[in-house]
Design a protein around this ligand. Structure first.
Ligand SMILES: [Zn+2]
Length: 357
């Protein structure tokens, strides 16, 4: 049983009726904004809805979760019990009554996969809505500073565009928008919002999106320029597993080609700008063993930071890769350069150290 597929088959008209919503000729008054005439339209052939008044959109599952104010986990569980015949049977066949069926507890791997797939899909939707909204905001002082900063680090406009780097121009506006579109719980689970419902990238207004198969799967924020005392330069999503940056480039790589592995995303971006193939780990001390198989066919060159953490990470990575029979070498930066980007920018030390930015 694939719960997600089955739930997607459930008629949105049925769901709306069961939720007690008044529908006439596939139209109803929008529950997401105040109105006197119905402008929310239900589309039974795709089981989706769209409000012409407030632009709220979604499918049967989001309608259910929004109206009942439930997180996705509970929504799937409730909807499965209500609409999927096999799911009821599954429960009935269990002699011991299950305390409360959670999709996670159903001993069918496909259900877990379906659930994970759905969660990942919702997170990508949140990240992409966040990016799209930020990109269409009018440029202002923040975005100009971000652009200037990137150019000072040696990035061309093409590179900035190719990697779809963006900045948060108006914090309040984007938060208002995302809270209209997504539930607080989903926003928190995506790691973009903390438990106080605040956007985590408050000081980190320059955003680096991580893509997999063209979808955003992770976000990293950076302070524009020099961070304030006590603030880290980078901010990573709450409770979300870090993933490889620029991993999609591995899909296009030919057997035997050289792939550079860097620490920071900016180093990776820089190498790509210089015509090389590169991915980045995000930080020196995280490498997941399952990533190793992605590099089976290529020549790996570690090009990590010129500091203790970088050297130590290179030692450990070499061990892991050798264990998996992946050919790898190490490239060391000349002493006076801290990281790959500094090297290419050709400046002594890092810009931050020099206090330039
Ligand atoms: Zn509406």
């Amino acid at each position: 049983m694939n719960i997600l597929d089955e739930l997607n088959q459930v008629s949105i008209l049925q769901v709306a009726e069961d939720l007690g919503l008044e529908v006439q000729r596939h139209r109803m008054k929008c529950p997401f904004h105040e109105e006197d005439t119905p402008s929310l339209v239900l589309y039974p052939h795709t089981n989706s809805f769209y409000c012409f008044g407030c632009a709220k959109t979604g499918n049967s599952i989001t309608l259910y979760s929004e109206i009942k104010h439930l997180d996705i986990k509970t929504t799937i569980n409730e909807m499965a019990s209500e609409y999927i015949v096999g799911f009821q049977k599954y429960k009935a066949n269990n002699k011991k009554p299950l305390p409360k069926i959670n999709v996670l507890n159903v001993p069918e791997i496909r259900n877990i996969q379906a659930k994970e797939k759905l969660i990942a899909e919702i997170h990508s939707q949140i990240y992409e809505a966040f990016r799209d909204f930020c990109l269409q905001q009018k440029s202002n002082e923040t975005s100009q500073k971000a652009l200037e900063y990137l150019k000072n680090r040696g990035f061309t406009e093409k590179t900035i565009k190719d990697f779809r780097l963006f900045s948060i121009k108006d914090y309040t506006e984007v938060t208002w928008y995302l809270k209209q579109r997504f539930s607080y719980l989903d926003l928190q689970e995506s790691g973009l919002y903390n438990i106080k419902n605040n956007l985590i990238f408050y000081s980190h207004t320059l955003i680096i999106p991580y893509y997999r198969n063209g979808r955003i799967v992770y976000l990293q924020g950076r302070v524009i320029g020099k961070p304030a005392e006590g603030t880290n330069r980078y901010c990573f999503l709450n409770n979300q597993p870090l993933t490889l940056f620029n991993a999609d480039s591995l899909l296009k790589v030919r057997t035997g080609e050289t792939v550079y592995i860097t620490e920071g995303a900016f180093d990776c971006i820089r190498l790509v700008q210089e015509g090389k193939i590169a991915v980045s780990l995000g930080t020196a001390n995280i490498f997941k063993k399952e990533w190793a198989k992605l590099f089976k066919r290529v020549n790996v060159v570690f090009y990590l930071d010129n500091d203790k953490a970088g050297h130590k990470a290179a030692d450990e990575l070499e061990k892991i890769f050798t264990h998996y029979n992946i050919s790898c070498t190490r490239k060391n930066l000349p002493n006076e350069y801290k990281d790959v980007n500094d090297y290419y920018t050709g400046k002594l030390g890092s810009n931050e150290q020099l206090g330039l930015f």
